[in-house]
Design a protein around this ligand. Sequence first.
Ligand SMILES: NC(=O)CC[C@H](N)C(=O)O
Length: 230
Amino acid sequence: MKFGVVVFPGSNCDQDVIYVLEHILGQEVVRLWHKDHDLQGADFIILPGGFSFGDYLRSGAIARFSPIMQEVVRFANNGGYLMGICNGFQILAEANLVPGALLHNENRKFICRNSYLKVATTNSMLTRLANPDRLLKIPVAHGEGQYFAHEDTIKLLNDTDSVLFRYCDANGDMSSESNLNGSIGNIAGVCNAGRNVFGLMPHPERAADPILDNQDGLIIFESILGMVNA
Ligand SMILES: NC(=O)CC[C@H](N)C(=O)O
């Protein structure tokens, strides 16, 4: 599979995701500058994490108007696969490619720590190989990660099995203390109605290299590829 990783001014997780795809998973990756208009034939586009345009106005609010987003929107509307991680998720929400919005964390603090996640569905390209009985430990690092949507949208997401991940604690408990940023329904990741656009706040690329002693994020990339990297 050929991956395209979009780089905006202020992206800072592009190289991490490229490293995982190329060196851990042996995939072909092209780096796409935000001013480009050509997705270079990529089969799967990733908007990586970071602080595009310094998070001015709102995280993702300016990047959403970068020239390449015209192509990205067209690609997604034609069924192309697209994943936004953290700032990438914020850009997808600003572009209305996934439902909902990412607000400032409830405690108004930047949160940088491991999160524990429940895989809410295996009915998605990102989670199809995951074991729903096993929690994932994946780092988060964000100031604006509180998922919010109108209650009708939340109902629709639940009814259509479109919530991918929910925050919990190390025991799988979903009480309010385990909801690290105050997201509605502990939502940490969602997909769109077409199930081809995915957004998540945790950083699976930061939990994929054996040297880090935590490869819980790898199952997301392996699910995308439809194969376990033995
Ligand atoms: N790690 C990131 O992608 C940071 C996300 C975003 N800029 C925030 O602080 O909310």
